[in-house]
Design a protein around this ligand. Sequence first.
Ligand code: PAF
Length: 281
Amino acid sequence: MITSAHIDDIRTQVRAWRAKGETVAFVPTMGNLHQGHITLVKEAAKKCDHVVASIFVNPMQFGQNEDLDAYPRTLEADSQALTAAGAELLFTPTPAVIYPKGLAQQTYVEVPGISDVLCGASRPGHFRGVSTIVCKLFNIVQPDVAFFGNKDYQQLLVIRTMVEDLSLPIEIIGIDTIREASGLAMSSRNGYLTVEEKAAAPALKKAIDAMAQGIKQGISIEQVTEEAKASLTAAGFTPDYLEVRHADTLAKAETQDKALVILAAAYLGKARLIDNLRFDR
Ligand code: PAF
């Protein structure tokens, strides 16, 4: 795998592939890779002739009191895993390459509405950071297809909306969440959990599943939500939000809505875990 921190190197290689009429898939990451990321790379390799990955811990999407400095940097292990999964080109820019004038002077991309609710409300500026970096990376790599995890459901919708609104010629593919045997969604932030917290963490998925079950049985959204919050609190979580929304717009679920998504964010010790379930009522 070729690894470079320089935009020109990435463009030169991608241009060479394109000149031969070959297709390019892209998997952007912040590193500290787990099986969820590796699945994205493997799916990307099935779909296109070449896979480009990026590792960049994007300062623009972290709030002031968030874990930017503590975010694990594991480049060597990540490179090995990416190579084994089929990536051929890895972009590892520094913040100075991506934001040469600093964050305050950086032009940004903001997707209105959908960026402001749920994680956007709890983490102001987060999705501005995500859409800006993903737009920049798309312009650098110019892939045919880009892969993201469905675990970050709101992020996926923000990116789909950005691509549509800015007429970017890139297909966005969401890949199902990869879970541990316990049901816990794989996440770089699981590394912050103690052994006891890790044992308690599957309660998040269980609470979401129970909500979906209840809604399908005709129990009210209010009641299933109250019960799920109580079960999370009993398991040691501090819920941030637990919501049933329209699956495509993330608007509050109305009685007539069929396509629904349950989205949850909750603190367990130092870790803020998120998970979701999309289903039809
Ligand atoms: O999901 C992530 O890892 C990040 O938000 C992304 C899409 C790589 C942008 O920094």
